[in-house]
Design a protein around this ligand. Sequence first.
Ligand code: ADP
Length: 471
Amino acid sequence: MKRLSIGLRLTLWYLVIFALGEVVFGVGMWFILRDSVFDMVDDDIETQVDDLSNLLATQANDVSVSTLQALMKEAYGSEHWGDYLAIYTGDGQTLYQSVFLQSNSLLMAPQAVQKTIYTSREIRGQHFRFTFQRLSSNGRTYVVEAGLPADDAFGTLRLFRSYLFWFAPLLLLIAAGGGYWISRRALAPVDALVRTARAVSGTDLSTRLEKLHTGDELQRLSDTLNEMLDRIEAAFSRVTQFTADASHELRTPVSLIRTEAELSLRRSRSQTEYQDSLRHILLEAERTSALIEQLLSLARADSGRETLQLHPVELSAVLQGVADAWQQVAAIRDLRFSTNLPDSDAWVAGDENLLRRVADILLDNAFKYTAAPGSVSLSLEAREHSAAITIQDSGIGIPQDEQGKIFERFYRVDKSRTRAQGGNGLGLSIAQWIVSQHHGSIAVESRPAEGSTFRVELPTMASPARNPQPA
Ligand code: ADP
């Protein structure tokens, strides 16, 4: 079922609460008004009853019933107030009873009246307030039945009731209209946000939601959505840039392979020439697969699907293994390669293959950018909570203003020279990603023509031998 809009729901809630308020207010006011108009009539009755009580008090306690009857007739027979009055002795003998009450008697057994009662009665279409009460005077008890017409009081109540019945729905209608208008006004920015959000698409991520200055939740919402769009746009343009750079990088080796093959096939050649061409093609193919491998690593890293196999890894052993493999390269390239890998028990929670890859990338660079007879060194320094791997070379160095950029993807200080050495500008960005996944840091210090020092810091853990895992 389609849910109602927030504006409509707010209006309905507003209406329900307002209607409840109206009912509570109306009923409360009606009771208060009724009590006060009845009180006014009852006060008048009470004054008359007080007068009667005073009159009875003047009578001796042995006065006869007939004397009292004569007295009452004289006092009330011609009085207007006596029209709705009846007086009885405590045991039920009538002392006085108005003509009206003779034909419309309300008290069947006057002696049954025990406590004071005020009540409303409708007699022959006319409204009255009556009281029934027991009076004690000079040791005798009397029962009084006294009333007054209360048509005015009932008229006031009727008028109030009709005002309520007419005005309440009208007020409710006005409140509903007002509530709807207020909620529409309050939610109008949401509509604007929705309209702009619809305009944002994959091809145009530059659109931003209108900046609100309402200082409320809606402004926070639009600011947050805009920040999110900023991040999405940045991520999107990184991906687009990466795809463009990757295609560009792949185009070069592929066209080299193609040109080499085309040239070789243009005419028949000697076996040595064919072998030379195939060697070139093989070299480019190897570079291409290395590049594809690196691109895949970065793509997996970006997608968050590259899962790290974290185990306790002892760094000096790992680095020793890497160094051994590079000794041969050093010998071939006529470079001095020294290591300082103390048996230091530097354990890190890490992925051994990836850590080895970081060392390989940094050593590969050091060897690539150092000409014979230069030197390269690899050292490890273990501290209390961290370990530092330092790879130093005496190579070409990196200009100061380029040092911040070399960790960017595809960035190469000297494009043509680097390519000749097999570089594609991805090694350091992969190394940086691996180090950050191990919660470490990587930094460079370098001077052109003097050499470079790359330093990787990794947080270490307690040796697993000292804290054996429970079996
Ligand atoms: P590449 O595969 O091109 O070496 P990297 O990301 O590993 O890619 O390095 C980026 C750039 O940084 C390199 O192209 C090179 O210009 C510079 N660079 C990296 N390491 C060194 C180094 N040890 N000595 C001099 N320049 C270096």
